[in-house]
Design a protein around this ligand. Structure first.
Ligand code: PGA
Length: 267
């Protein structure tokens, strides 16, 4: 599949790391070391660090986007400890949804993730929808089927035109590769990216499926990023552990810059 027109994206998922006191400095260090034309950079810190990061990168050029790691599926109400999409106004323009750690720890289902997706779109947040199989699924040859089901569950009831308009990004993150130091093979990630677009195509997306950016995530480092970005079907990375290390992010974004230049720049 030719990826000539798709955005090249490197998104940093800081997970439950950093504090409001140190997040801004880390964000500015990363921003200053990753100014690659054509690469969309996104930093997703914990909620309490969104403001510090947004302020720290406000004047960076090319711009650095700020994302949240989750939102609630309702807009307002008696939901102790939760944050809704409209509350992110002025703080974040992107959001990660359906991360496997939330599926595991917060019991998020595909249906719930689908509700969150609608809230994200309504609030003008660009969603990164995470999908990925468990090790047992891959070993049993079920990886493609599991990811197809995750997509079906989260995307049903959504109008493809609205999601495409919101710039939906899919992150393929095999669960067994997250935080384990064991990354997928580039060829397998590429085959999954093709499968993801085929699944969208069959579910009413038609030719728009080819325009959806697919990122790889799972133990991405500056050393293995080439394996993924060498694949035309892969449009970037969702990076966890390595995204807290400026040297690592610099290497990853530099490699993404090569892809962006080869594609003639992002839209
Ligand atoms: P990792 O995390 O890079 O630490 O494996 C990726 C992710 O969970 O998004």
């Amino acid at each position: 599949m030719i990826g000539a027109m798709r955005d090249v994206i490197v998104a940093a998922n800081w997970k439950m790391h950093t504090t409001p006191a140190d997040a801004g400095e880390l964000a500015s260090t990363i921003a200053s070391r990753t100014r690659e034309a054509g690469v969309i950079r996104v930093i997703c810190p914990p909620f309490v660090c969104l403001q510090a990061v947004a302020q720290a990168v406000a004047d960076d050029d090319p711009p650095v986007a700020v994302g949240a790691q989750n939102i609630h599926h309702e807009l307002v109400g008696a939901y102790t400890g939760e944050v809704s999409a409209p509350m992110l106004a002025g703080l974040a323009t992107w959001v990660i949804l359906g991360h496997s750690e939330r599926r595991r720890d917060a019991g998020e289902t595909d249906e719930l993730i689908g509700l969150k997706l609608g809230r994200a779109v309504d609030a003008g947040l660009r969603p990164i929808l995470c999908v990925g199989e468990q090790l047992a699924d891959r070993e049993a040859g079920r990886a493609g089927g599991v990811v197809d089901e995750q997509l079906a569950g989260a995307l049903e009831r959504h109008d493809p035109t609205a999601l495409a308009g919101a710039g939906l990004v899919i992150a393929y993150e095999p669960v067994w590769a997250i935080g384990t130091g064991r990354n997928a093979r580039g060829a397998d990630a590429s085959a999954m990216a093709d499968g993801i677009r085929a699944s969208l195509e069959q579910r009413g997306w038609g030719s728009r499926a080819a325009d959806v950016p697919v990122l790889y995530g799972g133990s991405v480092t500056s050393t293995n990023i080439d394996e993924f970005l060498a694949e035309p079907a892969i449009d970037g990375a969702l990076v966890g552990g390595a995204s807290l290390k400026p040297d690592e992010v610099a290497g990853i974004v530099a490699r993404a810059g090569m892809t962006a230049r080869a594609r003639g720049g992002a839209r």
